[in-house]
Design a protein around this ligand. Structure first.
Ligand code: PEP
Length: 269
C-alpha cells in the first residue's frame, strides 16, 4: 500500500505528506567540522529530491553550513530562537537574525531546551509564533519523559502549546514527536508505539484544527533513529520522517537515512 496515503477514516481525501528529515547537531562540531561534514555528506546524497533535508548546526556554524549547501536541496536550520526581534536579551538570537543568516528552519521546544534552559509550553508557543513571523518553519518538539501517561503528557503539551496557534500558523509547522526516554538512549520506541503516539497527536490536532489540517501536518519521530532501525519505523504510515541527533553527526549515517526516506517517498508516488 502507498505508505504516504493516509487511510480515509474521516471522510476526507487521503493526503500525500512529503518526507522530511532534520539533523540536530546539538552542541557538536565547529566551523572546520562543518566543512568536512558537508564535503563528505553532499556527494553521498547528491541533491535529494524526494525528501526535504534540514541540518541544524550550532549558531556559530550556520554561516558555513549555508555556504557549504548553496545550490543544493539541503536546508539549514537553527536549534532555538528567542521570541523578541531584538533588544536587551544578552546571549539570545532572534528569528529575524536566524532568517537573515540564511536559515529557513528552526527547532523549537527540544526536550533539552525544556529540561536545561527553562522552555515551557508557553514559551514554546511564543517561540513558534516568532519563528513563523520571521519566515522560518518551526519543528515543534513534544514528547513524554517516561514510558507512561503518554497520552496525558502529549495532550497537555499540545493544549498548552501548539493549540494556541491560529489555523494558518498551525498549517505552517512541523511537529517532532520525541519520547525523551529514547533520545540518545540507543533504543527507539517500537514502530507501533511511535505510530500510536503520532496518531494521538493527530487526534489532538483534529479536535483543535479540523480533519484536513490534522491530515496535512507532518509529524517526525525522534529518538535514537539510525540507519538500521529507520526502515521499520518508516513502515508506519503515521511517521512522516525523522528528527535525528547522534546519527546526524556522521555524514555516512545521515546520508543513509536521507537515501532511505527519499527512496520511500519515490515508492509512495
Ligand atoms: C534529538 O536530540 O532530537 C534526538 C532525536 O537525538 P538522538 O537521535 O541522538 O536520540
Amino acid at each position: 500500500m502507498n505508505q504516504q496515503l493516509q487511510p480515509n477514516t474521516t471522510n476526507i481525501m487521503p493526503t500525500l505528506r512529503a518526507r522530511l528529515i532534520g539533523g540536530n547537531w546539538k552542541m557538536h562540531k565547529n566551523v572546520a567540522g562543518t566543512t568536512s561534514f558537508f564535503e563528505s555528506f553532499l556527494p553521498l546524497v547528491g541533491s535529494p529530491k524526494h525528501c526535504e533535508t534540514v541540518i541544524c548546526p550550532p549558531f556559530l556554524d550556520i554561516a558555513n553550513a549555508v555556504k557549504s549547501t548553496r545550490g543544493t536541496n539541503v536546508r539549514i536550520g537553527a536549534q532555538n530562537l528567542y521570541w523578541a526581534n531584538d533588544g536587551a536579551f544578552t546571549g539570545e538570537v532572534s528569528g529575524p537574525m536566524i532568517k537573515a543568516s540564511g536559515c529557513s528552519w528552526v527547532i523549537v521546544g527540544h526536550s533539552e531546551r525544556r529540561r536545561y534552559f527553562g522552555d515551557t509550553d508557553e514559551t514554546v508557543l511564543k517561540k513558534t509564533i516568532a519563528a513563523l513571523e520571521a519566515g522560518l518553519t518551526p519543528i515543534v518538539c513534544i514528547g513524554e519523559r517516561q514510558e507512561k501517561n503518554v497520552e496525558t503528557v502529549l495532550t497537555e503539551q499540545f493544549r498548552d502549546g501548539i493549540a494556541g496557534l491560529s489555523d494558518k500558523q498551525f498549517a505552517a509547522i512541523v511537529i517532532g514527536y520525541e519520547p525523551i526516554w529514547a533520545i540518545g538512549a540507543g533504543e527507539t520506541a517500537t514502530p507501533e508505539v511511535a505510530a500510536e503516539a503520532h496518531r494521538w497527536i493527530r487526534t489532538q490536532a483534529r479536535e483543535r484544527f479540523g480533519t484536513q489540517a490534522a491530515n496535512n501536518v507532518r509529524i517526525l519521530y525522534g529518538g535514537s533513529v539510525k540507519p538500521d532501525n529507520a526502515c521499520n519505523l518508516l513502515a508506519q504510515s503515521e511517521i512522516d520522517g525523522f528528527l535525528v541527533g547522534g546519527a546526524s553527526l556522521d555524514p555516512v549515517s545521515f546520508a543513509a537515512l536521507v537515501r532511505l526516506l527519499s527512496a520511500s517517498q519515490v515508492l509512495a508516488e
